[in-house]
Structure formats: C-alpha cells, structure tokens
Write a protein that binds this ligand. Sequence first.
Ligand code: SAM
Length: 217
Amino acid sequence: MLYVVSTPIGNLGDITYRAVEVLKSVDLIACEDTRKTRILAGHYGIRTHLTSYYEYNKAAKGDYILRILKEGKRVALVSDAGTPGISDPGFSLIRSVLDSGIGVVSIPGPTALISALSISGLATNKFFFEGFLPVKGGPRKKRLTWLKGLGTTIVVYESPHRLLKTLEDMAEILGDKKIVVAREITKKFEEAIQAGPQELIKRFKASKPRGEFVLMF
Ligand code: SAM
C-alpha cells in the first residue's frame, strides 16, 4: 500500500493524528528533500527511514519504491509541503503504483491552493487550479488570456522571483481586475492582500517579494 500523506505548508502543527501514526508505522517514507522532512519527523518522533524522491531522480527512485511495494511493504509519500501530487513530482509515482495494481490511499490534510482559496473572499463554488504558469513571457501571456476567458475563479502558484513578471503580465492581460495575493499561509508573515495588478507591482517593487505565493483572480 502507498499512503499519500499531506504534511504542513508551514506551521508544523498542521498535521493530522492519522498522518503522524502512518508516518511512524510505514516501512519507508519517500519525500522530496530529506532535510525538510527530517525536521517534521524530528518534531513528531517519527523514526522511519527516509528516501528522497524528487524531479531529477524520479525515474530510478520510482522503480526502487515500486519494488519495495511489490515485496508487500508499506510506503508513505510526502512532499516538501502540502498534498503530494499537487504541482509536485508525487504524481508520477502515484500513477505507476496504480498501474501496477497496488493500492493507494489518501491521508488528507493541508494544501496551499485550498487554504488560499478559503480565505480569498472569491467565489469558490467553481474554480480552476492552474498550478504554475509557463515560465516564458509569451506562453504565460497566452495562458493568462485563456484563463481570463474561463469566467471562474483562477488559482495560480507562483515563486517569489517570478512574481513581479507575472503581475506585469496580469496588468497587461487582466487590466485592473482585482487579484488576491496570499503569501506565507500558516507562517509568521502570513498575509492575503486584494488589489489591482498596478498597486501590487508598486508594493512588491518597494519591498522585495519573499516567501511562497498563491495568486487568485
Ligand atoms: N503540494 C503542494 C500543495 O499541496 O500545495 C504544492 C507544491 S508546489 C511545488 C509549491 C507552491 O505551493 C509554492 O510555490 C507556492 O505557490 C505554494 N505554497 C506552498 N506553501 C505555501 C504557503 N505556505 N503559502 C503560500 N503558498 C504556498
């Protein structure tokens, strides 16, 4: 059995009792960055062996994890933050485990997109999760134009070093549409700001973007 275990998106307190129990009892934890997961494991007295599974070793490590599962062992998959498989490499492992006929179960918990959406004040009855926008300007603008046409709430993940460029493209494509920027959710400098792209650009030019961001409009 593969357990897909959600872990905190910042505040270490945001984990379920069941998640801790599963992480303590499995034979192996596959995680992205062992240093990050070791902090969580140390906090909760989890002594299970960790192995890294990330973008650049996912093919070879995926085969290894599959072999372990085929031996009848129990493996937990976690990511650096939130729910594995949501805009992180967990997806490939989950796909190949399912294709092998091995069981996959969810141990639910935090994910940045739902946490951000829930405090956005935007309509949540229908929404579209974009994940990360294309890195290059041309495809990003094209995608924003397409997203604008959907007429529903859009949720986008963004890194601090691309935030300004994305806001500039949003100003061009979305005009003065209000955008909600949720930053550092569950952490010390958590905030959610709603403003037009130009105002946000001014703000993040005055004070360098830091931390993790979810943009919604
Ligand atoms: N699997 C994760 C989840 O369930 O949300 C997402 C992984 S993705 C590689 C990382 C992105 O999630 C960050 O670039 C940021 O956009 C968003 N994110 C993660 N933690 C966050 C937080 N505490 N506050 C705001 N955004 C966050």
